[in-house]
Design a protein around this ligand. Structure first.
Ligand code: CTP
Ligand code: CA
Length: 237
């Protein structure tokens, strides 16, 4: 699976891709967001189109336009993204979760703009956890026994720290999520977010601990072509 997926390699398959960063409202004018640019997700969508797939792009906030030719579904929050993905999963061969989904959302959305008041204490924002959409997709497939989607692909950006290195975090995340492939990015302060170049490793539950992991480096377009080639190979297997 060294080269890109050739033209037509994914003809007849439906690929759903989530991209961008969710925004979680605080009040009508404010939100909690993240720095995801949508570049990785849109590059994957372009690569899937180039391989002949029908592509649904579920787009949270993105700094870049959606590629021409995708079926575009715009969402804002993690809960909206979740509903859209579950709907789309039913008739998808592949789901790729490239979106940066907010782990938490404000417990309350205030209906009117939060104001400064001298006669009241400054506000404290309480957060609640968002559902793990990727984990839910895998569970839903297991419980329904449908085998749909055939392939569920997660993304992880890890920094590594004193307790674990990037690969260890990637492996435990793959196990926790139960997905079929996990695309692992090493991130640092200025790495990956909004950048055009990236370097990834593709983890699968079948990898032996000593196995040489498939890795790809280059522009997000080049890396996306490699990820789609791997997906094509997995579907064929
Ligand atoms: N993801 C998801 N639902 C969430 C959070 C994340 O589906 N609520 C997906 C992402 O789209 C990505 C994968 O899970 O494909 C890994 O996201 P990541 O943020 O690395 O994982 P978390 O489980 O949120 O772990 P962490 O505490 O490291 O953020
Ligand atoms: Ca997270």
């Amino acid at each position: 699976s060294a080269g890109p997926a050739g033209p037509g390699a994914l003809a007849g398959t439906t690929v759903t891709i989530t991209a961008g960063g969710t925004r979680e409202p605080l009040d009508p004018v404010r939100f909690l967001g993240n720095r995801s640019s949508g570049k990785q997700g849109t590059a994957l969508a372009a690569a899937a189109l180039a391989a002949g797939a029908r592509v649904r792009l579920i787009a949270a906030h993105m700094d870049v336009p959606a590629p021409e030719g995708v079926e575009l579904i715009r969402v804002e929050t993690a809960l909206e993204l979740r509903a859209a993905v579950h709907r789309a999963a039913a008739d998808s061969d592949v789901v790729i979760m490239a979106a940066a989904v907010a782990d938490f959302r404000p417990a309350q959305v205030v209906e009117t703009k939060i104001k400064k008041r001298d006669d009241e204490a400054d506000p404290v924002i309480t957060l609640v956890r968002n559902p793990d959409i990727l984990q839910e997709l895998v569970r839903a497939r297991d419980e329904a026994g449908t085998g749909t989607p055939t392939l569920i692909v997660g993304f992880a950006a890890e920094t590594g720290d004193d307790t674990s290195d990037v690969l260890e975090y990637g492996r435990s995340k793959l196990a926790r999520k139960g997905c079929d492939l996990l695309v692992l990015n090493r991130v640092g302060r200025s790495l990956v977010f909004g950048q055009d170049e990236t370097e990834v490793r593709i983890l699968s539950p079948d990898d032996s601990p000593e196995a040489a992991l498939e890795s790809a480096a280059g522009t997000k377009a080049e890396v996306s072509a490699r990820i789609l080639a791997r997906i094509t190979a997995e579907l064929a297997a």
